[in-house]
Design a protein around this ligand. Structure first.
Ligand code: SAH
Ligand code: SF4
Length: 355
């Protein structure tokens, strides 16, 4: 059996005849949200039968979901082989209503997708790292996460959705399948999510950043920096031994990016470790000449973690310093804190509950 979501439209065209049926199938799956081949009414019966015998498009089963007070919803999915991954739906901006009760702006959603089961990178602050690496997700398993959340939450096809590859796993360690997922998401007969609304987040595999750039997909790039000295960064992120800060910055400088867009730098603030103004000063220097946007994230403590949450005061002082130097900086609201939203936390909880 083939997961149909693994196929680009061109690949599907090559597999069925006549090939124009591929467009119709794509539309049924991605635009009309059907759950079975039998609902694809404009396809001949024998084709529907053939499709049913050879393909499926439901690679995910929901194990559980949890809604946070701020409206974000975290899903734990089981894949066909029983392995589990997490996906988060984040309503970004609330809908706005005018004085007549008409909606003037709809809620904007961001879906945070996983790219691997587990992760090889071993970052010391991250729960996903704890479980080690299990396997790469296929393109279709990545695509399915967005499709499932859109369906489940009745998000209409034309509503704008952003994708961030910031769930479990290191996307650039699974570049081939991630690049394919980007293309499948982008197809106009499918979900039609522009690459400019897709952000790939990496722990900084410089050589892979270069490869991603060479593919010229048009996606946005986010770098999980988290520290400004190699000494501390290596302690937090072992990958820094192979690719130090300077090499990451070089790769970023060469990365092709839309003139109007910026490279995002994720900076996890950890109490007393990387949250001082001294760190902020070095960060400003590092970012010199890069069109950057810094996202400060509150470290989300988990059981057994050696680190603690930074104070709001330090977060604000850090942000204000960057802004005074002309660096765009935001503090990420701790979306879904009460549902343990940081990467890997729901899955780890489930594993422990079952242990
Ligand atoms: N592997 C890629 C993408 C997934 S990591 C990367 O590292 O960029 C997803 C994000 O979750 C990272 O930015 C990481 O900083 C964040 N994260 C991991 N553990 C966290 C924690 N305990 N609290 C808050 N954010 C965390
Ligand atoms: Fe992997 Fe990212 Fe977690 Fe590091 S932070 S272990 S790269 S998922």
């Amino acid at each position: 059996m083939i997961n149909l979501l693994d196929l680009t439209k061109e690949e599907l065209e090559a597999k069925i005849s006549p090939s124009f049926r591929a467009k119709q199938i794509y539309e049924w799956i991605y635009k009309k949200d059907v759950n079975s081949f039998d609902e694809m009414l404009n396809l001949p019966k024998d084709l529907r039968l053939k499709l049913r015998e050879n393909f499926y498009f439901d690679p995910l089963k929901k194990v559980k979901s949890q809604e946070s007070r701020d409206g974000s919803i975290k899903y734990l999915f089981a894949l066909k082989d029983g392995k589990t991954i997490e996906t988060v739906l984040l309503p970004m901006k609330d809908k706005e209503v005018d004085e007549n009760g008409e909606i003037t702006r709809h809620t904007r959603y961001t879906v945070c997708v996983s790219s691997q089961v587990g992760c090889k990178m071993g970052c010391s602050f991250c729960l996903t790292a704890k479980g080690g690496f299990v396997r790469n997700l296929t393109a279709g398993e990545i695509v399915a996460q967005v499709l499932y959340l859109k369906k489940e939450n009745n998000i209409p096809h034309h509503r704008r959705v952003n994708i961030v590859y910031m769930g479990m796993g290191e996307p650039l360690n699974n570049l081939e399948n991630v690049a394919k997922a980007v293309k499948i998401f982008t197809n106009n007969d499918g979900l039609a999510i522009s690459p400019r609304r897709q952000t790939i987040s990496t722990s900084g595999l410089s050589s892979q950043i270069k490869k991603l750039g060479d593919l010229n997909l048009g996606v946005l790039l986010a770098i999980s920096l988290h520290a400004v000295t190699d000494e501390l960064r290596t302690r937090l992120m072992p990958i820094n031994k192979a690719y130090n800060i300077a090499s990451v910055m070089d790769a970023v400088r060469e990365f092709p990016i839309d003139m109007r867009k910026r490279v995002m730098f994720e900076y996890l603030m950890i109490n007393g470790l990387n949250d001082s103004l001294k760190d902020a000063k070095i960060l400003v220097k590092l970012l010199h000449g890069i069109k950057a946007k810094v996202n400060l994230i509150y470290f989300n403590p988990h059981e057994g973690s050696e680190f603690t949450r930074p104070t709001e005061q330090n977060m604000v002082a850090f942000r204000d310093f960057l802004q005074s130097k002309g660096v765009t900086c935001t503090i990420r609201e701790s979306k879904g804190l009460d549902i343990s939203a940081a990467c890997g936390q729901l899955r780890e909880k489930e594993r422990n509950d079952n242990a």
